[in-house]
Design a binder for this molecule. Structure first.
Ligand code: SAH
Length: 246
């Protein structure tokens, strides 16, 4: 079972995910995510470093092939920049018997959906998701996709916008977009959504400060069509209308 834990809050984890976690004999995953799973007697935990994804997937498959009920955990949805692909990659290049395993991918609420719901409906029309990490693809590819998505009028959800090892990429990405979409386009910084220290800031692209993001931030960049509704308390709803002019 490749299980999506959702963005953080228990209420945003599906009952199917909770049942899978309770049924497992073995739990695997990045230690930060495993810490979110309630401890149960009789279960074995195999915490690992964030970077060793294929090795972790192979470990899970070997345990499952030996008859264990294995749950591999991911934050958000396991199919979005997360462990489900690593598991299938390990199956494709691994032992022949692994193709016969009963693999279940259990979906979760991805960070972009949790963040969008907190601010209104910014993803209400065509959108795309891009990981800003250049650990697994060249930076040139990231820039090319960003520009193409902005030119095509997609709202963009940026995962992995920054980390200690990748401090400059978000500023470079915002600068590249400034050449393509208007400076007043809203940029949403949504950090630790559904956690106690949740924080959401909105700034126009022209002045958006990349330093606002860290590894727990989901960044969304609207389009020229994205609308803001100011509320009596000074707060704002952002939404992207369903329709657009020809
Ligand atoms: N599978 C996950 C994404 C993993 S990549 C999902 O579907 O959400 C990790 C990135 O997800 C982080 O760098 C951040 O951009 C985003 N993220 C995960 N949890 C988040 C949260 N609670 N609030 C804001 N962003 C989050």
């Amino acid at each position: 079972m490749v299980v999506g834990l959702g963005p953080g809050a228990d209420a945003l984890q599906t009952p199917q995910a909770a049942a899978a976690l309770a049924a497992a004999t073995d739990l695997l995953g990045y230690s930060t995510y495993l810490d979110r799973v309630p401890v149960r007697g009789g279960q074995t935990r195999h915490a690992s470093d964030n970077r060793e994804e294929i090795a972790r997937a192979r470990h899970a498959l070997a345990l499952a092939a030996s008859g264990r009920d294995v749950a591999m955990v991911s934050s958000g949805d396991p199919g979005v920049f997360a462990m489900a692909s690593a598991v299938f990659e390990a199956i494709e290049h691994g032992e022949a018997a692994w193709c016969g395993l009963d693999v279940q991918v259990i979906p979760g609420i991805s960070a972009m959906f949790a963040a969008a719901a907190r601010i209104g409906a910014p993803l209400g029309h065509d959108f795309c998701a891009i990981s800003l990490s250049d650990n697994l693809k060249p930076w040139e590819t990231v820039l090319r996709r960003l520009r193409a998505a902005a030119e095509a009028g997609f709202v963009i959800a940026l995962y992995n916008p920054a980390s200690r090892a990748r401090p400059w990429q978000l500023a470079a990405a915002l600068e590249a977009l400034r050449g393509v979409v208007p400076g007043e386009t809203p940029v949403i910084f949504a950090t630790a959504i559904s956690r106690a220290d949740e924080r959401i800031d909105i700034a126009p692209l022209a002045t958006a400060d990349a330093g606002r993001a860290d590894m727990r931030t989901l960044v969304m960049i609207g389009t020229a069509a994205t609308r803001a509704i100011t509320r009596p308390d000074g707060g704002v709803w952002l939404y992207t209308p369903r329709g657009e002019a020809a």
